[in-house]
Design a protein around this ligand. Structure first.
Ligand SMILES: O=C(O)C(=O)C[C@]1(C(=O)O)C=C[C@@H](O)C=C1
Length: 291
């Protein structure tokens, strides 16, 4: 078998890469086949690389316990109908403040991925109220050139600080000690079926009760929703797509029938995947030098 490739948000050292490493280790345990990782510039680029056939899997963040959904993942995935979810991965996320400046009062800018900035907002407000917050494509992209900007700090993982040999000034700085992010493993293969089913749909008309109908179908069949999210379709103002996670397995005929009934009362429904989760919140993270 040829080497499989797994795309993730780069550069090397992101949380998405950590998730991809976890998935790679799990995959190797399953079938002993080789695989390699490929770092991409953004979440849309990660999914596009997979859709173009250049890799076999993509690992993308989808939801954080504090900040909620990762919009770039939802927005990109619904535009790539050839892709489906294979598995979810849950990782603990602990952020570090990385800077060559040890005097916090001298730090003028803090750079990171918007999700990471948001996950540390209270800490930043308390300890670096003077700093301008600057969004970057990823936590480790923000680390590039840090040594040339002494008044700058970056929020990234301790592993990233080790990999790029940069000083950690504070750790942990995430507001919630139980900070976790759920990632999806996506591929071009049919979805396998599993304890969670994710779908999205648009509605025929913007009229009272349009959303109640599909939700009532699920409630009547006692199917629990673990998440509901709306995103603009970007076609016209006020037009939304709804993303739902059901605690249900699509391989069960009763669940498949319920999803069909939802499809019958919505404009367009797509099953993004039905899959199991791997929860890594209790296990030790891969040390940087072990790669
Ligand atoms: O920038 C990174 O390191 C990422 O992997 C992205 C990302 C995200 O988009 O949520 C992943 C996990 C954390 O929640 C923070 C940032």
């Amino acid at each position: 078998m040829s080497e499989r490739a797994i795309a993730h948000l780069g550069p090397v050292g992101t949380y998405a890469e950590m998730a991809a490493l976890r998935f790679q280790a799990w995959l190797t345990q399953q079938d002993q086949q080789p695989s390699r990782l490929l770092a991409c510039r953004s979440i849309p680029a990660t999914l596009q690389t997979l859709a173009d056939g250049a890799v076999d899997y993509a690992v993308v963040p989808v939801e954080n316990s504090v900040e909620g959904s990762v919009a770039a993942t939802l927005d990109s995935l619904w535009q790539l109908p050839q892709l489906s979810i294979q598995r979810a991965l849950i990782l603990p996320i602990a952020h570090a403040l990385i800077s060559f400046e040890s005097d916090r009062t001298a730090i003028r800018q803090v750079l990171s991925h918007p999700q990471a900035l948001a996950q540390c907002q209270q800490w930043l407000q308390r300890h670096l109220p003077q700093a301008e917050l600057i969004p970057a494509n990823s936590t480790t992209e923000a680390l590039q050139d840090l040594e040339r900007h002494p008044q700058r700090a970056v929020i990234a993982s301790t592993r990233a600080a080790e990999l790029y040999q940069m000083p950690i000034q504070s750790f942990p700085i995430n507001d919630s000690p139980d900070n976790r992010t759920r990632f999806w493993v996506i591929s071009r293969s049919p979805t396998p079926g599993g304890a969670c089913t994710s779908l999205n749909f648009s509605l025929d008309a913007n009229v009272p009760g349009a959303l109640v109908k599909p939700l009532q179908i699920l409630a009547d069949r006692r199917i629990n929703l673990s998440r509901i999210e709306s995103r603009p379709t970007k076609r016209s103002l006020g037009e939304y797509l709804f993303f739902l996670d059901l605690e249900a397995d699509l391989r069960d005929p009763a669940i498949a029938a319920a999803v069909q009934a939802v499809a019958d009362c919505t404009e367009q429904l797509r099953v993004l995947g039905s899959y199991d989760s791997l929860d890594f919140t209790q296990s030790v993270l891969v040390p940087a030098q072990a790669r």
